[in-house]
Design a protein around this ligand. Sequence first.
Ligand code: WT7
Length: 651
Amino acid sequence: MPDIESLLKENRVFKPSKEFAKAANWSKKQIKEYRSLGAANPERFWAKMARENIDWFTPFKKTLEWKPPFAKWFRGGKLNVSYNCLDRHLEGDNAWRRNKAAIIWEGEPGDTRILTYAELHREVCKFANVLKQQGVKKGDRVALYMPMVPELAVAILACTRIGAPHSVVFGGFSAEALRDRINDAGAKLVVTADGGYRRGAPHALKPAVDEALKGCEGVGSVIVVQRTGEATEMQAGRDLWWHELMEGASAKCAPAKLDAEHPLFILYTSGTTGKPKGILHTTGGYLTHVTTTAKAIFDLKDSDTYWCTADIGWITGHSYVIYGILANGATTLMYEGTPTYPAPDRFWDIIERWGVTIFYTAPTAIRTFVRLGDEYPKQHDLSSLRLLGTVGEPINPEAWMWYHRVIGGRRCPIVDTWWQTETGGIMISPLAAGVETKPGSATLPFPGIHAAVYDDSGASVKPPNGGFLVLEKPWPGMLRGIWGDPQRYKETYWGTYDKKYFAGDGAHRDKDGYFWIMGRIDDVMNISGHRIGTMEVESALVSHRDVAESAVVGRPDEITGTAIVAFVTPKSGIDSGPALTQELRAHVTKQIGAIAKPAEIRFTDALPKTRSGKIMRRLLRDIASGKEAIGDTTTLEDYSVLAKLRESDDG
Ligand code: WT7
C-alpha cells in the first residue's frame, strides 16, 4: 500500500458551502436523519427510498430476504426499469419533461443529437418490438457490443422493457473476449455497429463480431447500427440493419411487469482467475440503489446537464450515464470519443458549449489533464459547473486539489465515490450538503451502507490502522451472483469473513471515521480505473506459441495509476528480442483488448518461485517498480533468479 504514508499526512478539509447546502436535494438535516435510520435499520431506510424514488406496478411485501450470501430485495414487488426511466417522465405532473433532453449526444467528429424523453421513449418502444420480432423473450440474454452512440442507450432500455437481461461488452474488448462473454451468458442476439470514431478515424466493430461468432452457436441474429457508413460485410440470414428494422417497428410496447428480482443485466469484470466473472444485477434493488444515490450524491435537478465520461461498457456507464440519471428525469450527456481529440481541450469545450453543471470522471483522466497543462481548461468558461465527481481508483491529493482549483473554480464540491461493478451503485461518498471533504478520501458510507475495515482475523481495526474493506450488511444494489457460478460467488466475496462481503480493497479510517481506499489487495490491477486480472494477461501470454511461462504484476504509474509489467520466459531456442516484445503486446491486445496490453515486457529464463512452486509476485512487483527486493525471500527456490531479473532492467 504505497500511498498510505502520503495520504495519512493529508489534513486539508473543505466545508460544504452554505449556498449549496440550502438548495440541495438532501438537506443537512435529512442527511443526519437518513444516517441514523440507515445505521439503526438499513432495511427500513431502503424501503423508504424504494417507495419514494421508484414507481412500482405492485408494491413489495418484504424488504429483504437474506439467506447469506443470497439476498432478495423487495419481494412481491413488480416494476419495470424502462418505465421508471422513461414513461413516468411523460405523465401527470412530470408531463412537461416530454420535450426535455434525456440524452445529449456528441460524436467525436462533432456531430450531435438530442433525444428528448418522448423521443427516447418512442425509440425504446420501437426497438423493444424489434427484439420481440427477432424472437427475444423475457429472460433471454442480449449482448451489446457498441460504440458510445444513442442507440446503445436505446438498446439497453429496450432490453429492460421486455425483461431481456443485457450484457454490454466494452467496444475496446477483442473478438476473443467478446466470444467468451457471449458464450458464457448464452446470448441469443447481438447488437453492434459498423464502427465508431476514435482519435479522428472510424474504428470498425462489426468484423470483431463476425470473428467472435465463429465460435458461438447460440446467436441467431446480429443487429447492426450504421454509424460510420464504412463498407461492412453483412451475412445473409443473420445480420440486419438497425435502421431498416426500426422503420417498420411499432412505437407501442407496454412495459413488462417484472419481479423485483428479475435479472436486469450481466456485466463481466476481471477477477483473480483467467476467466472473467459475469456479475449479475437484478431489477428492483439495483434501480433503487442507483436512483437514490444519483439523486443524493450528484444532487440531480431538473435544471442540470449531467456528464459522466465513462463508457457505457463499464458499470459506471450503466449506473450513472443511463439508469440512475434517467430514472431521476435528468439530462445525461454522452460523448463518443477521445478526451483529447481534436485538441486537448475537448472536454472543457464540451462543458462550455453544453453548459454542463455536474461532471463525473476518473482520476486517471484528471492526472492526464494536469500533465497537459492549465492552459486548456483556461481557454474555456467552466462557470456552469456546480459539482464534480471522481470514480474508479484512489485520487491523489494533488490531482484532487487541481480538480478543485482549475476545473471547479474553488466553488464546486467534489464527490470521490467508492464502489465496484459488484456493488451496483455508490457505497462510500461525500454528500455535498453535509460532509466535509478531505482530498484523497471517499469520506463516509452512504446512509444504509455498513462499511468497515477488518484485519486478518475479522476484527475491526482501530484508526488509523489499515486493513481490508468489508461491507457488513446486504444492500439493494449488491450483485446477486456470478452468472452460472454460485460457488465462485461464495468463495470470492463471502469466503473470507463470515456473512460479510469482502471487497478486495485495502483501506483505513482516520480519527473522524473517514475511509481512505488504498486500492486492490488481490491479483487484480487497476489500469486507468479499469480492472484487469493478472491471471487474464498471463493466460493470454502463455497462449502464444513462443511463451513457456509468464507472471504479470502492476507497477505504479503517474497517469494510469498502475501499469502492466509482464515477466516472460520464452520457450527454449526462442529469440527474445524487440520483435517478440511487439508480437506479445499485439497478442494480448488480440486476446483481451488494448487496455490489457503490457506497458513493459521483461524476458527472463526463470521466475522466482517458492519451494511449493508459487510465483513470488511481491518480489516481482518490487523489481518492476524499481525497488530492491528486500522482502522475505527465505522460501525462494532459486536466489540467482532474482539477480537475473534485476539485470533485465536495462532491456
Ligand atoms: C475497484 C472497482 C465503480 C466504478 C469503477 C470501477 C477501485 C473505485 C474508487 C475510489 C478508490 C476506487 C477499487 C474498487 N475504486 N472507485 N473512489 N477510490 N478506489 O469499477 O472495475 O468494478 O473496479 O475500483 O479498487 O475495488 P470496477
